[in-house]
Design a protein around this ligand. Structure first.
Ligand SMILES: [Zn+2]
Length: 248
């Protein structure tokens, strides 16, 4: 007959397995994480470059609109220049025309700079997209592989749920609720192994809790080794067990 503590350990291990399976089903699997992050980062880079290109295009259009506006103004000045009567008016108008022409040159330069910026961004986008193609392809393949794996993880989770229900049915109610209380306090992690302290100097053997390092008394070790009851660590209050490598 399986002893109580063995069943509790089997229950903990099934619960751990189920938690892991559920996390895998709801998230990105570890083996894909790096690729996923690289994929997202590259995609963000391309998006940022696209924004730079769009901004440059918008600014270029604004520059063109301003030039058109100034040119219309210049035409009006040309008409007015034939109608002025005083030297003063004439001079003032010439001044306006010079200012407008200077502004056109300035805005034209701005527009050219925008075009250069846009061309540069677009070349970079092109380059990034080509580099991205390969990554994107790999990412889709891995994603498909992960989708194909999901059903087996889901059925693993189903098996574990059944196993948990079975074990819970076999463990006496009092011990089960004790386990549940401890597990709830420790975020599902109800068990702690007893470890022997490495005594470099000769002296009596001593043991400690593998979770919190608190001292475990020899009588507790003996009691835990019988596997017929649940004993808690005096400090962290987890259920103690003796791992196989420390047994005997
Ligand atoms: Zn402890």
């Amino acid at each position: 007959m399986t002893q109580l503590l063995e069943k509790i350990r089997a229950l903990q291990s099934a619960v751990d397995g189920l938690t892991e399976a559920e996390a895998r089903l709801s998230g990105i699997p570890d083996w894909m994480r790096e690729l996923h992050e690289e994929h997202a980062a590259r995609k963000a880079e391309i998006t940022a470059l696209e924004e730079v290109a769009e901004q440059a295009t918008r600014e270029r259009r604004e520059a063109e609109a301003e030039i058109a506006e100034i040119q219309a103004k210049l035409q009006r000045y040309q008409t007015q220049i034939n109608q002025v009567t005083t030297q003063r008016e004439y001079g003032a108008l010439l001044q306006e025309i010079d200012t407008a022409k200077a502004r056109i040159t300035e805005v034209e330069e701005l527009g050219l700079a925008c075009m250069a910026r846009r061309d540069e961004a677009e070349a970079a986008i092109q380059e990034q997209r080509e580099a991205f193609q390969d990554l994107d392809q790999r990412y889709s393949e891995e994603l498909a592989k992960w989708e194909a794996e999901k059903p087996s993880v889901a059925s693993q989770a189903e098996e574990l749920r059944k196993r948990i229900a079975e074990l819970r049915g076999e463990i006496p109610r009092g011990y089960l609720s004790q386990y549940d209380r401890v597990a709830a306090r420790h975020n599902g992690d109800a068990l702690a192994p007893i470890r022997e302290l490495d005594n470099l100097r000769k002296g009596p053997r001593s043991w400690h809790c593998g979770s919190c390092n608190f001292n475990v008394r020899p009588q507790v070790l003996v009691e835990v080794s019988r596997k017929e009851s649940l004993l808690l660590c005096d400090s962290c209050k987890r259920i103690l067990y003796v791992p196989e490598e420390e047994e005997g």
